[in-house]
Design a protein around this ligand. Structure first.
Ligand code: ZN
Length: 356
């Protein structure tokens, strides 16, 4: 099969074909799952010389181990509830959301649960399930990790590593779930509608700061509850960030403004633009979709600064870094540094966020 990068397509053709290919992939996945379910039921892998469907999938179908595991898990759920195949084919459920739902699906509730999960992301389904099937709070736990010589970047000093587990309510729970000895990925998972388990690895330095904060807060939080201490710390951090980024203050002064012709955006303009755009990227696509990103937000001149655009509330909007660069390219053409039109440093594509 000869597949090339489709340089020749127009933008519209490229987007249309991309959508059609994604639909095709969803249908193909649903078909693969349906065949895998029947293959599993007939246990044909045994006759083919494999002791398990998993090994067969890896060695004969060339699926990666996680891909094989996910597909087999879903195929076994589908054997009990074949309705799921249609939803997988339409793309209203994904392998990930089916796997989350599977342990909770019963003859009585499956229609309702599947309908409620349709079209939702993995994170949204996780949140929905936590609301419907709340789990007990995890106990607050700080544990010293054993030496971690093989942890790659960033290096964690072996004698200093600690896991901090925080539940948002200080409630004793029957038995703590076993923590992995080493974890390089943080955990943030919903336990119930409004409670989360948060777990991460911290340095000895961070642990010391936590202890100090607990001690200094004894008057307000006598039991030193970590969830409350962290909440106060984050509140203070957000207030500080708001002050630095948007000039938010409890006592706004009349602005001295900025020098005529300056690229700087005055603090009162920042505050008003921030509040008008709700602290989110205000870019709206041709089809009317607003971006709404909250990360890498920048103040942008609607009429570019380079052609005399002023730093007024009407001419200042919030854009995420990617859309700021996109608008700048649209105006100036590619190759021109996007900072030509913004009050910030150079452009670098924002990192792809890690899945939770
Ligand atoms: Zn954006």
């Amino acid at each position: 099969m000869n597949i090339d990068i489709p340089h020749h397509l127009s933008d519209e053709e490229l987007e249309a074909q991309l959508k059609s290919l994604a639909r095709g992939e969803q249908e193909a996945t649903a078909r693969l799952i349906s065949h895998l379910a029947e293959f599993d039921a007939r246990r044909l892998y045994l006759g083919a010389g494999f002791s398990s469907l998993f090994t067969y999938c890896c060695e004969v179908l060339h699926l990666s181990e996680p891909a094989a595991y996910n597909r087999i898990d879903v195929a076994r759920t589908v054997r009990k509830l074949p309705d799921i195949l249609r939803m997988l084919g339409e793309g209203s459920l994904s392998l990930a959301t089916v796997r989350l739902l599977a342990p909770h699906l019963t003859d009585d509730n499956h229609q309702e649960l599947l309908a409620a999960a349709a079209g939702r992301s993995k994170r949204e389904v996780e949140q929905m399930l936590a609301g419907l099937f709340p789990r007990p709070d995890v106990p607050t736990l700080i544990r010293k990790l054993p030496a971690a010589p093989s942890l790659p970047t960033p290096p964690v000093p072996s004698e200093a590593a600690a896991i901090v587990a925080v539940s948002s309510l200080p409630v004793a729970s029957p038995s703590p779930p076993p923590l992995p000895v080493q974890t390089s990925r943080p955990v943030l998972k919903p336990l119930a509608a409004d409670r989360y388990e948060i777990r991460f690895t911290a340095t000895a330095d961070t642990r010391e700061k936590l202890r100090l904060a607990q001690d200094l807060l004894r008057h307000a939080v006598p039991n030193g509850d970590v969830a409350q201490v962290i909440d106060r710390a984050l509140t203070a951090l957000l207030k500080d960030l708001a002050r630095k980024k948007i000039g938010a203050t409890d006592r706004p002064r009349t602005s001295r403004g900025t020098a005529p012709g300056s690229r700087d955006v005055a603090a009162n303009v920042r505050r008003m633009a921030w509040s008008r755009d709700d602290g989110r990227c205000s870019f709206v696509s041709k089809s009317g979709r607003r971006c709404n990103a909250r990360a890498f937000i920048e103040f942008d001149h609607v009429e570019p600064y380079g052609v005399g655009g002023e730093g007024t509330v009407e001419n200042i909007r919030l854009l995420c870094r990617a859309h700021n660069a996109f608008e700048s390219e649209r105006f100036y053409g590619r190759g021109r540094p996007s900072s030509a039109n913004s009050s910030r440093e150079e452009f670098a594509p924002p990192p792809v966020p890690l899945p939770p």
